[in-house]
Design a protein around this ligand. Structure first.
Ligand SMILES: Cc1cc2nc3c(=O)[nH]c(=O)nc-3n(C[C@H](O)[C@H](O)[C@H](O)COP(=O)(O)OP(=O)(O)OC[C@H]3O[C@@H](n4cnc5c(N)ncnc54)[C@H](O)[C@@H]3O)c2cc1C
Length: 409
């Protein structure tokens, strides 16, 4: 890993100052309150304001709605967006899906959508997970059946985050139930305002809003198909690799892992705990007089830094696991005071510890669980073979075992 510092040019420094000024203006306390109350991961005013600067797709050329930024300025922007706590879930899913739309959509659809993606008026969410399970995306059951120039969709998708703020969902469907699992899938960009789509809100323990989306005889023009019929897995690969932090390194700067964004919520929680530790009791002592307290806070600070700088899929695992452990430790250290809701008098960091603890729980799951990521790391980073799980074809062939792992006589 290269920890070399990037020396900013005067232009890049000026750009950083401009981003800070602009975000300082648009990311108001109301934006943070809205996000706390809704858990949307999206704020329309901020999203459109970023679009107006070309900062939703900052590396796109200016004439295509981007800002023509170099990789260093893109990273400056990315870090400032995180630092200012800009709700960015829908911006992230839109960018991920766009790459598949750009490559696999029919040219007229691609050209129609591109300006809206850059401006922020066209947004995409991810329709992969179903009520039966999410890790095994290729087991998707939502049916798409061709009817002339249209497709008829039936089924439901669980956890379609942002569906209520998006115009289209990037939907994986089963078009050939008789083909091998990965070969009978087709991807669609499904408009979310058509008859038969019903979006039902799910509010998580972590404060996030996500959705259960029902598709009941939804008719979609063949125009919205991405890639070839039954070749959906090819279309899905790019966005999936990006979500799994398996993207390519651009401009020599390693991609920030998903874990980096998770750890954003640990920073204010740690600061809140430090303030708490430095608060004097009436007898003049304070929590920071206890060596155990300061050691634990220092350990969290160390883990936080390790998580932030760990790139790729390892960073996603590290970030989630550091957050879960550290947030639990902060709750243990600070006690009930740390769990009081925002706005309560005397609550450290206006509820940052409670928020971090609740938010932490989902981070080991969405975008692929940490268990699944360990397999990805083993295979794609370490070059190890596919695991030999009980029940897998390889396992059954290798040992003449039954699905529970017992050796057959
Ligand atoms: C807040 C939130 C937002 C989400 N947003 C979206 C979204 O926008 N779009 C979307 O499509 N999905 C979304 N998801 C779904 C998420 O991607 C899935 O929850 C995740 O992929 C795991 O699927 P599952 O919950 O069905 O668990 P399952 O797949 O049923 O897994 C259950 C358990 O088995 C383990 N397991 C399963 N397979 C393996 C394996 N091969 N190796 C080792 N362990 C394994 C898992 O690690 C887990 O512990 C979201 C989830 C949450 C909680």
């Amino acid at each position: 890993m290269d920890f070399g510092l990037v020396e900013l040019t005067p232009e890049q420094k000026a750009f950083a100052a401009e981003v800070q000024r602009f975000l300082g203006e648009i990311v108001t306390e109301d934006v943070h309150r809205h996000e706390r109350e809704t858990g949307d991961g999206f704020n329309a005013d901020v999203h459109l304001a970023l679009g107006s600067r070309g900062w939703l797709e900052p590396d796109w050329p200016v004439e295509e709605g981007g800002a023509g930024l170099d990789p260093v300025c893109c990273r400056i922007l990315e870090l400032e967006l995180q630092h200012h706590g800009v709700p960015s879930i829908t911006a992230g899913t839109t960018s991920m899906v766009w790459k598949a739309v750009d490559r696999f959509a029919q040219p007229d659809l691609r050209d129609e959508l591109k300006p809206g993606v850059a401006a922020g008026t066209v947004r995409f969410c991810l329709g992969y997970t179903e009520p039966d399970g999410g890790s095994d995306i290729a087991a998707a059951k939502v049916r798409a059946v061709r009817d002339g120039d249209e497709w008829v969709l039936n089924g439901s998708k669980m956890f379609t985050t942002g569906a209520h703020n998006c115009q289209y969902t990037f939907l994986i469907t089963r078009t050939d139930p008789d083909a091998a699992k990965h070969r009978g899938l087709t991807m669609f960009l499904v408009p979310l305002d058509v008859d038969g789509v019903e979006i039902q809100a799910i509010q998580t323990f972590g404060g996030e809003r996500t959705n259960l989306v029902y598709y009941d005889d939804v008719r979609v023009s063949d125009r919205y198909r991405l890639g070839a019929v039954n070749d959906g897995w090819t279309v899905l690969r790019g966005p999936l690799d990006e979500e799994h932090s398996m993207g390519t390194v651009s401009g020599g700067i390693a991609d920030l892992s998903l874990g980096h964004s998770y750890l954003r919520v640990l920073e204010p929680a740690l600061e809140a705990a430090i303030d708490w530790a430095l608060t004097e009791r009436p007898d003049g002592t304070g929590p920071a007089d206890d060596p155990d307290v300061v050691t634990r806070l220092a350990r969290i600070a160390t883990d936080l830094e390790c998580g932030i700088v760990t790139p790729g899929p390892m960073g996603r695992v590290k970030g989630a696991e550091v957050l879960v452990e550290a947030a639990a430790d902060l709750v243990d250290l600070v006690g009930p005071l740390g769990l009081l809701p925002p706005g309560t008098e005397g609550v450290p960091g206006d509820g940052a510890i409670d928020f971090a603890h609740r938010f932490a729980q989902g981070t080991t799951t969405y975008g692929g669980t940490v268990e699944v990521f360990r397999t990805i790391i083993a295979q794609h980073v370490l070059g190890l073979p596919r695991p030999n799980y009980p029940g897998s074809k390889k396992f059954l062939q290798a040992g003449r075992r039954d699905a529970r792992g017992a050796v057959q006589s």
